[in-house]
Design a protein around this ligand. Structure first.
Ligand SMILES: *[C@@H]1O[C@H](CO)[C@@H](O)[C@H](O)[C@H]1NC(C)=O
Ligand SMILES: *[C@@H]1O[C@H](CO)[C@@H](O)[C@H](O)[C@H]1NC(C)=O
Ligand SMILES: *[C@@H]1O[C@H](CO)[C@@H](O)[C@H](O)[C@H]1NC(C)=O
Ligand SMILES: CC(=O)N[C@H]1CO[C@H](CO)[C@@H](O)[C@@H]1O
Length: 375
């Protein structure tokens, strides 16, 4: 499968020789990586030690960042050189800080695609079209998540179904649009400082077994997360759920022992496509709201090539190791996805700009939020 929607800017090939030259002539040999936790710092230090021990040319340093935004600031001012980031943060790093990408993760041999965001509905719900979602009910994994908010709301804005107006109040516009929904976390003070986000955005939420924690931004809310959103549709509280293409399969065949999941039948569900049609559950490659790119390594523009060369040397030695240090495993550190996603198969060079990595559809969806003052 090749990645759709990603094209190098025309004329780029003419620049290639120039970039290669600047890479060779860049004398700096240290790459400092911005890490966000004790576990990630430990993996980084182990990598640095093993790289030195195996005579990998160059030196890795580990710099502790306070947050992803702090890492962007550090890379921008040279206190750090690189950090791996997920799609929405790549957009912020590029748009707000002029940063670029050096390498991206490839999972299972699928170039640059992490997952698809799909819209799931019960087959028995008729007269349902993604182009006419007004007054429908919806189930979202969580507020401000890529799957449950950025992509679906970006799509509804992009298709002119939702308009946020000059106030740029997304929760209010979404609440006015849907009949009722479950958007876990939408009433949390952090996301609702004035306390006036619409109540109907929590009306398809169910809380825990004792009716507490309704609309909580964690698993106490049983409709939280991708599995929770699927449950919300399976239980007929929502017409549609915004989930990953893998979500339904992750909950089938006894992988989820909760009764709603055991009752799940693939033939009872369908996908809704952005052009208003519907499709089967296995047709996500052509019927999705967005192909969300995998994580990629954010760097300063002048370091694109230099950092790639270093990563290439690291993955040649540690990318496939069955013993000793393993670049794409976080086993033994007590957390997952350290430095890179554990699902990474290999790293690929990113030649084009960060927007080419994100792809035009996904970039358009993120642009829908520009009035919020992204930077
Ligand atoms: C190499 O990595 C392992 C973990 O895989 C770690 O225990 C060891 O200390 C590292 N070696 C060096 C020289 O840093
Ligand atoms: C670089 O940015 C980081 C994060 O904002 C800050 O802590 C650090 O002091 C800055 N360093 C320099 C040399 O400007
Ligand atoms: C690991 O080995 C496989 C098969 O030999 C190869 O296709 C793959 O590119 C290697 N991965 C890395 C990161 O070198
Ligand atoms: C109404 C609107 O803005 N539509 C845009 C949605 O995004 C695509 C690109 O993916 C544009 O081509 C449309 O014009």
């Amino acid at each position: 499968m090749k990645r759709l929607e990603r094209n190098l800017p025309s004329g780029f090939l003419l620049l290639l020789p120039l970039l290669s030259v600047s890479c060779v002539s860049n004398p700096k040999t240290t790459v400092s990586w911005c890490v966000l936790s004790d576990a990630e710092e430990q993996k980084c230090l182990d990598l640095a030690g093993n790289a030195t021990a195996r005579n990998v040319r160059g030196t890795l340093q580990c710099v502790r960042g306070l947050s992803t935004r702090d890492c962007m600031d550090k890379i921008k001012n040279g206190t750090a050189d690189a950090a791996s980031m997920f799609a929405d943060d790549i957009y912020a790093a590029g748009l707000c800080h002029g940063l670029e990408l050096s390498a991206g993760e490839s999972h299972n041999g699928v170039d640059g695609i992490g997952y698809y965001v799909v819209v799931m509905a019960r087959r028995s719900t008729s007269d349902l079209s993604l182009l006419e979602m007004h007054e429908r009910s919806s189930c979202h994994p969580g507020i401000r998540t890529t799957v449950g908010w950025t992509v679906p709301i970006g799509y509804l804005v992009n298709t002119s179904q939702i308009s946020v107006g000059e106030q740029c109040n997304f929760p209010r516009a979404v609440g006015n649009f849907f009949g009722y929904s479950c958007v876990p976390g939408v009433k949390d003070p952090q996301h609702d400082p004035r306390g006036n986000n619409p109540k109907n955005l929590c009306e398809a939420c169910i809380g825990d077994e004792n009716d507490r924690h309704i609309c909580a931004n964690n698993h106490k809310e049983r409709h939280y997360g991708e599995s929770g959103a699927l449950r919300c549709v399976a239980e007929n509280l929502g017409d549609v759920a915004f989930v990953k293409h893998t979500t339904v399969f992750d909950n089938m065949d006894g992988k989820n022992q909760e009764s709603w999941a055991l009752d799940l039948e693939l033939e009872d569900l369908k996908l809704l496509c952005p052009d208003g049609t519907e499709a089967g559950l296995d047709e996500y490659e052509r019927c999705h709201l967005a192909a969300v790119p995998t994580n990629a390594v954010v760097v300063r523009v002048e370091d694109k090539c230099r950092v790639w060369k270093y990563l290439e040397r690291l993955q040649n030695v540690f990318g496939n190791s069955t013993e000793g240090f393993s670049l794409f495993s976080s086993a033994g550190y007590g957390e997952s996805d350290l430095l890179f996603s554990d699902a990474t198969h290999h790293l690929q060079r990113v030649l084009g700009s960060y927007t080419s990595w994100l792809g035009p559809t996904y970039t358009t969806m993120l642009q829908a939020f520009e009035c919020e003052g992204f930077c």
